[in-house]
Structure formats: C-alpha cells, structure tokens
Design a protein around this ligand. Structure first.
Ligand code: PLP
Length: 450
C-alpha cells in the first residue's frame, strides 16, 4: 500500500461528551468569580480544556472492559497481579508500590530519603516533586542543560540533565544527595525528552559516587518515542525495548499513571532496594492502603495495566507526538513565540517573549492564560512565576493535550484563538497576587489586574 502522509487518530469515537459554547460576557464573569485563577473555574465553563494532560485522557474500550473485570479484594486481588506484571514487564524493578497518583509516590520516597540538609538534583523538578522535596526540609535543585532554559533553541533533547553540574554537586556534597532524579519527559522544561546517551552519562556519574538514580517516569512512552525518532541508532527499536533500557539505567521510579498510564487516576513507586521498599510500604499502609492496592480500587489497577500495553503502541505514539507538533508548528508558523521544538504532551507559549511589556513579577504567563480563556474558552496552565516564584527560569503557558480526547478541528480552533490573542498582545496587562497559600500557590491563589 502507498504511504500516505496524513497521520490519523488511530481510533474511532465510541462515546461522546458534549462541550458547551459560552459567550465572552459569560467567560468574563466566570473568570472574575474565579479570582482570575483558571483552576477555580467550573469545567463546564471551559470549551477546550488544555489545563493538563493528567488524568484527562479518554480510555479505550479494553480499559473500560478492565474496569468491569476489576476485583476489589482487599488483599492479593488478581487485578493487583495484572497491574504489577504490566509494570514489571516494562520497567523490571523488583518492588512495585501502587499509589493513588504520582505525588503520593513522591511523598513516600522523599519522606524516606529527604530531610533537612539534603539536596535532590533533577533535570527540572515538577511542582509537586519540588513541593514534596521541600516539605521534608530538603533542597530541590534543577540542573537542566543550558539549551533547556532557552525557549527558542532547537535541540533534540532539551530535557537532558547537565552532567557536569551533577558531577560538581556530587564532588562537593555527595553525602547530602540521597538520590538523583531525572524527569522524562521534562514537563516543567517544556515537555522535552531526555536522550539515552544523557541517561547513560548520568548513570555513570551516579555510579562514580555510589548514588541511586530514580526516574520521574510520567511520560516514559513519549520520551521513548522521541529517542527512537531523534537519537542515532535507535530508529528500528521497538518502543518497549527503549523503555526497558531507560528503566535499566535507573534504580527506581516515581510514576503518575494519569499520564502515560492512559488512566484517569493512579501511580506507583518502584525500586530495587529491599530496605527502601520496606520503609516505603510501611508509609504506604499509613496513608494510601494495603500494598496490593495502595491508593487504588482494583478496577483502576486494571485500567492502568491495559493502558501500559496501549501506550507503547507505535500507531498511538506516532499520532500522539504528531498531533502535539501540529499545534506547535502552526503557532510557530504564525509567529507566536513558544518553546521549540514542541514537547510530547503540550505546547508551551513563551509569555515573556510575547508580552515583553509585562515583567515576570507582573505574571505575564497568568495574564496570557486569562486572555486565552476570555477570548475563546481555552484553559491552559501558567508554568512560570506564579508556579515557581523566584525559581522560574521562564514564564510559559502550557497548552497540554489530553490523550485521545480532542480532534484536529478542536486544535484548529485553538490555533485561531491563540493567534488572535497574540495579535493584540500589546493590549494585555500584568497581574498582581491578591491571596496565596504557602505552597503550590498556583492551585488556589487569586489575582487582580494591575
Ligand atoms: C513530571 C511530573 N511529575 C509528577 C507529577 C505528579 O503526578 P500527579 O498529578 O499524579 O500527582 C506530574 C503531574 O503533572 C508531572 O507532570
């Protein structure tokens, strides 16, 4: 058969959920009532919801079948064994500890290894990872490669860790570093992948200093696809093989199954260290649940086990990565500044570049996110000064694409709305924070226009 160039959604729609078209006046009122915080909107007031790709994807008919099959036995359920086997099949870690989502795995890991005086290096900590590290009194240190901090730089692996910075840290403070983390793909750094070459180099430095390496594996399949597409010598490898190599370079992982688990809830902590696993299981029982279900129902374990089989499918990944690039390429062609190249799960608008008249302390990312909502009912997420305060290297608005959820015409509409807002960027005004909690302030802070 001839090779056609159109990459189609490799599924057809089985069940639909209506979305509601609102007027600009309605959106203005909804946003004001939400204190200009998009997390505080009712989702019915959002037309295209690109707030997050976490837990917002569509499950397959086989996953829904798994939901029916879910066995809710308190201990030793067959659903647990299917889940555990699916995780071990791809990642090979000796211990798998199910949690209700990624941050619960982080909380347990850092409760065991963190604490005052410790420092955890990562290519870039995600917000919940940073918060869980800091909550123990430890320091969360971001050491991405230099290209990773420059939105416009075209580099195939902008998610890579700065290996020299890691070595320098370990040379100076080895005793203070309990674990080295690498986030694949690097969400806060633009959904950018990490190469196998970089992971091998990080592994070698960890070995030099006798330190364990953990992956934050939320988007492991998207990372493996980028490795196959962009890294020399990887083009013919099956995706599960690449995933297994990534995992084999690490000693453990934290995971949110709400991303590349293709599930609406779930996660796990996995590791090879027996003593760490025992301490983690004891904490799990305290707050999550018995170790054969953790924070999950049996049906959720089934949905994740099936999701792990589907997420490494090449047709799915080709469509997934291409449909994100479709949005990014169109906006780039229209002259909208954004993180290049497009990430796996999201397109990141560069609010600092689009709104040079709004300095970081006047929250250009939040101002842009609000404008996209008022203009066209699109909900994105600020990843910048609101989220990270003084740690923010960039002010971005992430448009995250839920998996298998929106069609190409939805994305064409998004392109139109973003382009319209960009055309009147000079009219946008900065914001100030009115109220904010001490940690993870982006979820609940309120804002006012300056
Ligand atoms: C890279 C990364 N790590 C950790 C998490 C936390 O996962 P969860 O939301 O399931 O707690 C996320 C969620 O967005 C993430 O993107």
């Amino acid at each position: 058969m001839a090779e056609f160039t159109t990459i189609i959604e490799p599924f057809r729609i089985h069940s639909v959920e209506p979305i509601r078209i609102t007027t600009r006046e309605e959106r203005d009122a909804a946003l004001a009532a939400a204190g200009l915080n998009l997390f505080s909107l009712r989702s019915e007031d959002v037309l295209i919801d690109l707030l997050t790709d976490s837990g917002t994807g569509a499950m397959s008919s086989e996953q829904w079948a798994g939901i029916q099959r879910g066995d809710e036995s308190y201990a030793g359920s067959p659903s647990w064994f299917r889940f555990r086997d699916a995780v071990v099949e791809l990642f090979g870690f000796a211990h798998v500890i199910p949690t209700h989502q990624g941050r619960a795995a982080e909380k347990i890991l850092f409760s065991v290894v963190g604490g005052p005086g410790k420092v955890i290096p990562n290519n870039t900590h995600f917000d919940t990872t940073r918060a869980n590290v800091e909550f123990t009194g430890a320091e969360a240190l971001d050491i991405p490669v230099a290209e990773g901090r420059v939105p416009s730089s075209e580099h195939p692996f902008k998610g890579n860790m700065d290996v020299d910075a890691l070595r320098a840290l370990l040379a100076e403070r080895a005793d203070d570093v309990p674990v080295v983390m690498v986030t694949v793909t690097n969400n806060s750094g633009g959904g950018q992948p990490v190469s196998l070459e970089n992971l091998r180099a990080v592994r070698a430095v960890c070995d030099e200093f006798g330190k364990p390496l953990f992956l934050d594996g939320c988007r492991f399949a998207e990372n493996a696809w980028f490795v196959r597409e962009r890294e020399a010598g990887q083009a013919d490898r099956p995706i599960p093989d690449i995933v297994r190599e990534m995992a084999a370079l690490a000693d453990g992982m934290t995971m949110s199954a709400k991303k590349d688990g293709l599930a609406n809830i779930g996660g796990w902590l996995a590791c090879n260290d027996d003593a760490l696993a025992e301490q983690a299981r004891n904490l799990l029982i305290l707050t999550e649940g018995f170790p054969t279900y953790g924070g999950l129902a049996g049906r959720d374990l089934e949905a994740i086990a099936q999701g792990l089989a589907e997420v490494v499918d090449e047709d799915y990944l080709r469509y997934r990565i291409r449909s994100t690039a479709y949005l990014g390429d169109a906006l780039h062609a229209a002259g909208v500044p954004l993180v290049r190249p497009s990430g796996g799960h999201a397109v990141y608008l560069d609010a600092r570049a689009l709104l040079p008249h709004i300095p970081p302390e006047q929250l250009p990312g939040q101002a842009l996110a609000c404008a996209l909502y008022v203009e066209g009912g699109i909900r994105g997420c600020e990843i910048g000064t609101v989220m990270f305060g003084e740690h923010a290297a960039m002010d971005l608005v992430r448009l995250a694409i839920p998996r298998r959820t929106y069609t190409q015409s939805h994305i064409d509409y998004v392109i139109e709305v973003v382009t319209a807002v960009a055309a009147r960027a000079s009219e946008l005004r900065g914001l100030r924070i009115v109220t904010a909690p001490p940690a993870l302030r982006h979820f609940t802070a309120t804002f006012a226009p300056l």
